[in-house]
Design a binder for this molecule. Structure first.
Ligand code: SF4
Length: 453
């Protein structure tokens, strides 16, 4: 089987919320298409008089609420997810307000409202499809079909895996990963670090700096969220809850239920920042961007975890995220929320166990327990906004991760009958069996019952 070659910084990406497949991927598509336009011969580029953009599948069903048109326009205007300002998308709130696109010697006025919401059911290669066409009258000067495949990853028709190094410890399953650890007497974070260096050519110091930056952005999202109250953008009028929850936790000195309240507050905080369209880290997606920051905040504030322990825990979490992405999916549009908050909780459970110094088997067991109890979780965001159920679901995912860690670290390892590979296979199969209505289309479940209320 093909080994995992995903980089840590492809899985953990900084970018604007509220949805990695609906904002980060589309922003990248906008940026990429403008790059292609600027490479066109002058006679084509200067003849252009129209830009046609069509969204399909879940991008069409929930793109409006997720901010997809704004993200595309922002990409066309030169924004990239990891370097854009936290409030980048806010300048495009008026969907009829046109902006000048500089095609290179030719300017085209374009408003986010011109993006066409096309068929929800379609036959393209991925549910999240976008078609970009630069036109002169009826003549198509340039066309690219993009797929936003989850977690901010972007593919397109004809896309080929870029050349990258071979992993020194190739694995595609947890069983293969464990064999390396056993045979070579390696620790999990050492293996992931060695593979990252081989795949990307980065040094250990560069990777550690990158991880520290990721942790800092995650912590900042929590800090911002627990200090901000008010109502989130969008027609639901959803009240932010993190600040109030954090206050209650503080009044209880973070003891007993106060500790769980704090953990909830941290996850709500980063998720609310995501829902506001502010900067978060895909972990593994924007929709699930509250779970791992909550665990990092908890580890550092409440257990005194050192930065090195957090880094190692994050590398262990990445190993789990890679396996879920490789053998199932981290896209709500493909497998429902089990692939987003479910995978985030799975990664987070592994992270706690590993950062707390537990043996590898406890780490795997914690991950398996967390994933097992997210199987079948559907994706049905109300109104297409990453708010209900997404924000509280992140809090549930963080608490479940902590509980999975408690079960795995308290009981004898040998009690565990299901391994992580089996749980990941079950997630993939459940995702295949799940009706498309429950895959980020807002056509069923809570999205429907909320409308009917
Ligand atoms: S329900 Fe889950 S998968 Fe769907 S948008 Fe919300 S967080 Fe993402």
């Amino acid at each position: 089987m093909v080994p995992v070659t995903t980089s840590i910084f492809e899985l953990l990406k900084i970018g604007p919320g509220p949805s990695s497949s609906h904002t980060i991927g589309p922003m990248r598509a906008g940026f990429d298409f403008m790059r292609l336009i600027r490479e066109l011969p002058d006679e084509n580029r200067l003849a252009a008089d129209d830009l046609e953009i069509r969204l399909f599948g879940s991008l069409s069903a929930t793109g409006e609420g997720h901010g997809t048109p704004r993200a595309i326009l922002s990409g066309l205007l030169g924004s990239q997810p990891d370097t854009c300002r936290a409030d980048t998308l806010e300048q495009f709130m008026d969907k009829d307000k046109p902006f000048d696109l500089d095609l290179g010697g030719r300017t085209l006025a374009y408003a986010p409202g011109r993006i066409i919401m096309d068929a929800i059911q379609h036959d393209y290669a991925h549910p999240n499809t976008m078609i970009f066409r630069l036109k002169a009258g009826d003549r198509v000067l340039l066309e690219r079909i993009y797929y936003s495949v989850g977690g901010g990853f972007l593919r397109w028709e004809g896309w080929e895996e870029p050349d990258r190094g071979e992993p020194v410890h190739p694995y595609s399953t947890m069983a293969e990963l464990k064999k390396h650890l056993r045979d070579k007497s390696l620790r999990l974070h050492e293996l992931i670090l060695a593979n990252e260096m081989a795949i990307t050519g980065a040094t250990e110091e560069e990777i550690n700096l990158g991880l520290d930056h990721i942790v800092a952005v995650m912590e900042q999202a929590v800090e911002n969220g627990i200090r901000t109250s008010g109502v989130l953008p969008g027609p639901i009028g959803l009240q932010r809850k993190a600040a109030a929850m954090y206050d209650r936790a503080r009044q209880e000195y973070f003891q007993g239920p106060g500790f769980i309240k704090a953990l909830n507050a941290y996850a709500l905080a980063a998720s609310e920042e995501n829902a506001a369209g502010h900067c978060v880290v895909t972990a593994p997606t924007c929709g699930a961007a509250g779970v791992i920051p909550a665990i990092i905040f908890m580890l550092k504030r409440h257990t005194g975890a050192l930065q090195a322990e957090v880094r190692e825990g994050l590398l262990a979490a990445c190993a789990i995220g890679f396996l879920c992405k490789h053998n199932a999916s981290i896209s709500g549009a493909e497998v429902g929320c089990q692939g987003e908050v479910g995978v985030a909780s799975t990664m987070a459970a592994a992270m706690i166990a590993y950062a707390r110094g537990y043996r590898f088997q406890v780490t795997e067991n914690a991950a398996e327990i967390a994933l097992e109890h997210h199987l079948g979780l559907t994706c049905d965001p109300v109104g297409g906004f990453v708010q209900i159920p997404c924000i509280e679901r992140n809090a549930m995912g963080a608490v479940k991760a902590f509980n999975a860690y408690l079960i795995a670290s308290t009981l004898d390892e040998s009690y565990q009958k299901v391994d992580l590979d089996k749980a990941i296979r079950a997630m993939a199969q459940t995702g295949r069996d799940m009706s498309n209505k429950y895959k980020e289309t807002s056509e069923a479940g809570l999205a429907l019952s909320f409308t009917e209320c």
